[in-house]
Unconditional design. Structure first.
Length: 160
């Protein structure tokens, strides 16, 4: 005699939970990467602020310019904007509004980070970190139809 009530409990939410975890991971990763661009120092001397941003991103732009075919203006523009893009896209993905477009934006941001890292002398992080992040975004997109635990899903239930 099998107990069919246990399979009815949460079975229909498996993909929703998977999507939630993937989406929260992507959002958190983007948000924290963006926040890090405004951090300077370590331990008790750490500070966060707008004045730290050029100190953090300036050397990266210079390293990209010196070690790639990219023009200095493109590297500076990338460095000047990436932190301001990472934070809102991370929040957008985490809350799950316009989920598919948010995840597409996240994937494109990760690809742009990968391109920037590939322009650096040691680009091993492209495969290990960014490549894995792109795969996680792809998995989140694959499960995006199961978004009952996103703002999209909550708003859709209220309309019904």
């Amino acid at each position: 005699m099998s107990d069919s009530s246990s399979s009815k409990c949460c079975g229909s939410l498996n993909y929703d939970f998977a999507h939630l975890l993937l989406r929260l991971w992507v959002g958190m990763r983007l948000f924290m990467a963006g926040l890090d661009k405004f951090r300077w120092g370590n331990g008790p001397t750490v500070s966060f602020g707008l004045d730290n941003y050029p100190k953090k991103t300036g050397p990266l732009a210079k390293l990209m310019t010196d070690n790639s075919f990219l023009p200095e203006s493109a590297c500076n523009a990338f460095a000047a904007t990436i932190g301001y893009i990472l934070i809102p896209v991370g929040i957008w993905v985490a809350i799950g509004i316009c989920t598919e477009f948010g995840l597409l934006a996240a994937g494109l941001v990760f690809l742009s980070l990968g391109f920037g890292l590939a322009a650096l002398p040691d680009d091993t992080e492209v495969v290990t970190n960014i490549g894995l992040s792109v795969l996680i975004v792809a998995a989140a997109l694959v499960t995006s139809k199961a978004k009952a635990l996103s703002l999209d899903g909550i708003l859709a239930r209220k309309k019904a």
